[in-house]
Design a protein around this ligand. Structure first.
Ligand code: HEM
Length: 578
């Protein structure tokens, strides 16, 4: 650093310096009047060479000085020219003016999807933001969703590198955060052909039926312990248990988290906490992800939490993989894959794999499947019941449909769902107003692209606000109203083809578990409505029921729903096994 002033001096043209003061030869210039006079004097004396003393001084300069000078001057010039040119060349979409360092982070409230929604109302359906050092583009219309997820899907298939991906999902070795490339493509292929094939999902239907039945039994027992008018239950606890049991039985082969079986070293309560924490930490705006040079300070304490959580999951997953490997060893040639971890371990052993899959990959994929399969379904059903408690007339219509199609002598099965359009409409309406991932999972552009005359440079983070699309008054009548009827007789579906309704995203990065998620949501909700009368606890009116949310990778209720349940089917149905 101490050499800087000297270097600056060496680089400055210093036209005012008269030669002979020993500063530098390049000051022997014709620009200053004194120098010009001196040059003329030399010319007049018949010589253009500087005096000996000056020539000697020139030779005393280090040989690299002029070279370094030229290089640095060129770099500075290029930087200035290119900087100006790149600013001019990119015609970025409209958006609020960013501050130095923080960009537009000051405009993000505790619920970023709502902040983004408000901003896009002002700046339009394609909006440019800056989160710290990174450009962010938000698409919040059907056209923009199509542009990002369909027309140019392949350009936007990458994910940004976040601290959550690094610390909670084995350094981006899961599916959700793994960068675009052969590893991720192989993982998606595995989902399509092995893990979520129609055949495999069907083969696990008995598990879903048994666990939904257990939910109904538990709720029945809880209601019986109350007075004659039913008892208030914390619904999310029951819903998380059913999704967790469904997914752990499908993925891990057993519940693992049985209260009686303490071998996994993790209790069900602890595991549910881990999942909540995982979703929260994977969705938060961690400052270091936007301003990398502040990362080491961990100002919000998120990284510390991520590291702790990563270790907790690893302890559990190590136990799971070890147990599965032991069975494979024990059974040798007679071994048959029973669950998704078995399938993953078999795939990892395949020598013809395009990209190597190691133990870390198996643990990362397993964690992705458990997390993806548990939280989202429970959150969606909890929102559905919350909306219905505010509109008992909708419960009445659903009950009418269930009584007519199913009757009061049996439970609803997955095969009944196509005959229950009103229940299906409730699910769609819930996903319109409460998409689990309101801005999907962030994507990253891999190349420069152009849309509507605006440029989206490579390296831009992309958010698609399905939350805004679900509330767009151009698309929906009374968008804030919960009205399942809007879907009756409509062909709109949630499977990624209709850009008005994208709770699972669309395109190459679309949720691979969507059909499993939908099945669990539909069959649990249908049976909850079929088996119970629903009400609010004493003293809570439907107007008072809070619909506040918290933000993370999923967007659950801020205050878990407490509801009063009262069985309405014959008692023996609740006791029966599936
Ligand atoms: C209600 C149920 C569910 C909802 C609403 C949901 C929603 C989503 C959304 C919005 C995405 C991001 C899509 C994008 O980036 O465009 C996603 C990705 C993903 N979901 Fe789901 N999901 C659900 C159930 C499941 C289930 C049951 C599983 C697995 C058992 C699962 C596994 C995944 C995985 C692995 C990804 C990452 C895909 C990738 O990056 O390539 N999800 N999900």
């Amino acid at each position: 650093m101490n050499n800087l002033p000297k270097l600056n001096a060496a680089l400055s043209p210093a036209p005012h310096v008269f030669p002979g003061n020993g500063r530098r030869a390049s000051s022997f210039t014709t620009r200053s009047p004194a120098a010009r006079a001196y040059k003329r004097k030399l010319e007049l004396s018949g010589t253009t060479s500087p005096p000996q003393s000056l020539a000697r001084k020139k030779m005393e300069l280090p040989p690299w000085a002029s070279f370094v000078g030229i290089v640095l001057a060129t770099v500075m010039l290029l930087k200035a020219v290119l900087g100006r040119r790149s600013r001019r060349a990119y015609n970025l979409p409209p958006g609020p003016k960013p501050w130095p360092i923080i960009g537009n982070l000051d405009l993000m409230g505790a619920l970023p999807h709502r902040s983004v929604h408000e901003l896009s109302r002002k700046y339009g359906p394609l909006m440019q933001l800056r989160f710290g050092s990174f450009p962010v583009v938000v698409g919040s219309s059907v056209d923009m969703a199509k542009f990002f997820l369909k027309t140019h899907d392949v350009v936007f298939t990458d994910r940004p590198k976040t601290a959550a991906g690094k610390y909670t999902t084995y350094n981006y070795r899961d599916i959700t955060w793994s960068p675009y490339g052969a590893y991720w493509r192989q993982a998606r292929k595995m989902c399509l052909t092995e893990l979520f094939s129609a055949k495999r999902l069907e083969s696990y239907e008995y598990i879903r039926a048994a666990e939904v039945r257990a939910l109904l039994r538990d709720l029945h027992a809880a209601s019986a312990s109350g007075s004659g008018s039913g008892r208030a239950v914390m619904l999310k606890d029951y819903l998380s248990t059913v999704s967790l049991n469904v997914i752990t039985r499908m993925v891990l082969g057993k519940k693992y988290l049985d209260k009686e079986d303490g071998s996994s070293g993790t209790t069900p309560e602890e595991f549910k906490w881990m999942l909540d924490e995982l979703f929260l930490l994977n969705g938060v705006l961690n400052i270091g992800d936007s301003i990398p040079w502040l990362d080491w300070m961990d100002l919000q304490g998120y990284i510390k939490r991520m590291k702790k959580l990563g270790k907790m999951f690893d302890r559990f997953l190590e136990h799971v993989v070890e147990e599965h490997n032991q069975r494979r060893l024990r059974e040798g040639r007679s071994f048959v894959a029973k669950d998704m971890v078995d399938v993953l371990l078999q795939i990892a052993d395949d020598p013809t794999l395009e990209v190597e899959m190691d133990r870390e990959s198996v643990k990362a994929f397993t964690q992705d499947l458990i997390a993806g399969g548990t939280e989202s379904s429970a959150v969606t059903v909890e929102w559905a019941i919350s909306e219905l408690l505010k509109k008992p007339e909708i419960i009445a219509k659903a009950t009418e449909e269930l009584d007519r199609v199913i009757g009061r002598g049996r439970w609803v099965t997955e095969k009944d769902i196509p005959q229950l359009p009103y229940v299906d409409a409730i699910v769609k309406e819930t996903m319109r107003l409460h998409p689990v991932a309101p801005m999907l999972v962030p994507r990253l552009s891999r190349e420069d692209t152009t849309v509507a005359g605006y440029d989206i440079p490579a390296g831009t983070r992309v958010l698609v606000s399905v939350w805004s699309i679900g509330r767009d008054p151009e698309l929906w009548d009374a968008p804030e109203e919960f009205m399942p009827e809007r879907f009756l007789g409509s062909k709109l579906d949630v499977k990624g083809q209709d850009y008005e309704l994208l709770p699972f995203g669309s395109g190459r990065r679309m949720c691979p578990g969507y059909s499993l998620g939908l099945k669990v949501i539909q069959v649990s909700l249908a049976n909850l409505l079929h088996g119970f009368e629903w009400g609010l606890p004493d003293g809570v009116t439907k107007e008072e029921l809070s619909m506040e949310e918290i933000f993370g990778l999923s967007t659950p209720r801020k205050f878990p729903l407490e509801a009063v349940v009262q069985p309405k089917l014959p008692a023996h149905l609740y006791a029966a096994e599936a």
